[in-house]
Design a protein around this ligand. Sequence first.
Ligand code: SF4
Length: 413
Amino acid sequence: MEAVFADIENAKLVEVKKAEIIFLNTCGFLKAARDEVFENLKKLKGKKVIVMGCLAGEFTKNEIKKYPQIHAIVSSANYKDIQKIFDKVHEGEKVFAVKKEPKTFGKFLGKSLLSPTPYAYIKIAEGCWNKCSYCMIPYLKGAYRSRAMEEIIQEAKSLIALGIKEIILVAQDCGFYGSDLYGKKSLAELLKKLSEINGDFWIRTLYIYPEMIDEELLKIIKSSDKICKYLDIPLQHGDANILKEMRRPSNPEKTLERIKNIRKSIPGISFRTSFIVGFPGETKSAHKNLMKFIKEINFNNVGVFEYSREPHTAAFSMKNQLSDSLKKERKEEAMLSQQKISLENNKKFEGKTLEVLIEKYDPIKKIYIGRSQYQTPDIDGQILVKSKKPLKVNEFAKIKITKADVYDLFGTI
Ligand code: SF4
């Protein structure tokens, strides 16, 4: 039986139409994500659907009854039984065996690639050590559990052997990595060991709390050409009171100071963050503080999200919930302000030569599309390259940047 990776959003894909059994990966952390799961289920009427991911364990009996296309529900604790579950579904059985989230990671069982991208994600920890008042992840995923360093290194080696050119480490907070398992923060050690693997590849780390960035970590990021000079630091707000209500340990003044020091240690480092607007009780002046903070911190890329009222969170029952229209207005204001900042920062690349990972060729527009170490796939912009001589896809190339807009850069060889 053939396996294909496809985006169900694009349900016209021949692969989705042809498939008898579909694995539907789900996310339950925001209402919008949960709605999308049910929309996708509707599109998959008549298929045998195996529901996976963090929403899997949350399906009610009524929902399972409502969508007869669901033939199996598989939580991450069941992943090692996936072949058996698939075989049963193939034979016409229905399997609803949701186990609780495991306390530890399973053994690395080898890796094959389903998507044709030159980058791959490695999860280095599950769950979260914090309990932010707006966030459902601790409820869905439990406490922070680091994955053994040898397992991560083994997985990275096998990905690099398969031709992967960018390893992206992910966790709710990569900076906390190792604290539970080894009794000390171990991200710097992990990055060092990964960067010692032979080969031509980048390592990117997504999501680090500002408080977790110490000298040791900065030293290793600075010392290796393989480690992207890029930090994604979720800051969530720029007003001290709102941050307190959000149960975030950060303080805007201290964060500004930290970012200043990081910039001093690693000149040219690129930053991304995300902010939430419209948190319960966010006054005009709190929003003004956020707007001021966005300007002061001067990040390359920023995502702004409207607060979403989620069950099983402390903020759900907070007073002074804001209207959707006010949240939308504040989001637009913040995004507009950031666009100017992003453009200014992108313009600084004009005239520079960057190492670019070429990811695709568009034969109609006759351009190559790639990214530099300062851009995360699917989140940040891209680099659109015109070249008279053919470039190799999935390889690095030196590209001179000729133009910049708010999101993308343009270059030539
Ligand atoms: S938002 Fe807070 S609780 Fe949610 S995953 Fe991030 S750190 Fe953990």
